[in-house]
Write a protein that binds this ligand. Structure first.
Ligand SMILES: O=P(O)(O)OC[C@H]1O[C@H](O[C@H]2O[C@H](CO)[C@@H](O)[C@H](O)[C@H]2O)[C@H](O)[C@@H](O)[C@@H]1O
Length: 254
């Protein structure tokens, strides 16, 4: 609330420079979040609708950038590939825990899975309390888009559960996730930017969710910037786009 009792408002972020303007300044690299950025949010993780042209367009855009395009998702890479088919793009899944170059070379340490004990506890809590559980090879998620009132209960559980199992909590849109501590999307940007063909380029991170703020920060620290999709007060992004359709227009795909 502001001083007059109304909702606090903030100025919308300006649109990012066009790809053409960016390329005139020198080589740039694109780091693209998936859900809410490249595809519209859907009621559940497997209900997303992928435009038929998306993968081919991303491949062409990557070629135009000499390979300097990466998908950076909270989803596991295997889940991205379930929806998109085998990927020939640089990619990071599981919130940065699993980072790979376009040819599949793994960067950093191999990601760890939740223990059977942790998975069992998560499954039992989800079933009893009515969360939709998403099992991931390197984590787990509790979804409550169908019942936003579950958020407080989920948060209380998450704190204790993450503490017991030494996990990190990742907050997202109607989701609470757990991954091994130390991974975030900023780390994935830094790891990729240390490697060819990304090294020396200006990094641009495009994303819609709280976990994308780590990507915005890393891009900024490396001389680039973030582009927020949608709206969030206090974002570290320098520019903004409205939603996936606006992202497609800006990327000149579709
Ligand atoms: O980093 P992202 O690529 O944006 O992935 C973040 C999470 O996205 C998925 O959940 C979100 O999208 C679902 C489908 O639209 C939606 O139902 C859910 O409410 C959103 O939180 C995915 O299921 C998670 O694993 C990702 O971490």
């Amino acid at each position: 609330m502001n001083a007059t009792g109304g909702e606090a408002r903030h100025e919308p972020l300006p649109a990012p420079p066009s790809l053409r303007d960016l390329s005139e300044r020198g080589p740039f690299a694109l780091f693209l979040d998936f859900d809410g950025t490249l595809v519209e949010l859907a009621p559940g993780p497997d209900e997303i609708v992928i435009p038929s042209w998306l993968v081919e367009s991303l491949n062409r855009l990557s070629a135009r950038l000499d390979g300097r395009l990466a998908l950076i998702s909270g989803r596991a890479i295997v889940d991205l590939e379930k929806h998109l088919g085998p990927l020939a793009l640089a990619r990071a899944g599981s919130h940065g825990a699993d980072c790979r170059l376009a040819d599949g070379t793994v960067l950093g340490r191999a990601p760890t899975a939740l223990t059977d004990g942790a998975l069992g506890e998560l499954a039992a809590f989800a079933e009893i309390e009515g969360f939709v559980r998403e099992d991931k090879p390197h984590g787990g998620a509790l979804h409550y888009r169908h019942d936003p009132m579950l958020e407080d209960k989920g948060q209380a559980f998450a704190k204790a559960f993450a503490g017991r199992h030494g996990l990190e909590i990742k907050r997202g849109k109607c989701v609470i996730e757990f991954v091994a501590s130390g991974a975030d999307k900023g780390g994935a940007v830094s790891a990729l930017m240390a490697e060819p063909p990304f090294a020396g380029a200006l990094p641009v991170f495009v994303g819609d969710d709280v976990t994308d703020e780590d990507g915005f920060r890393a891009a900024g620290q490396l001389g680039g910037f973030g582009v927020l999709v949608g709206d969030r007060e206090g974002s570290q992004a320098r520019f903004g786009l409205d939603g996936p359709a606006d992202v497609y227009r800006w990327l000149e795909i579709g």
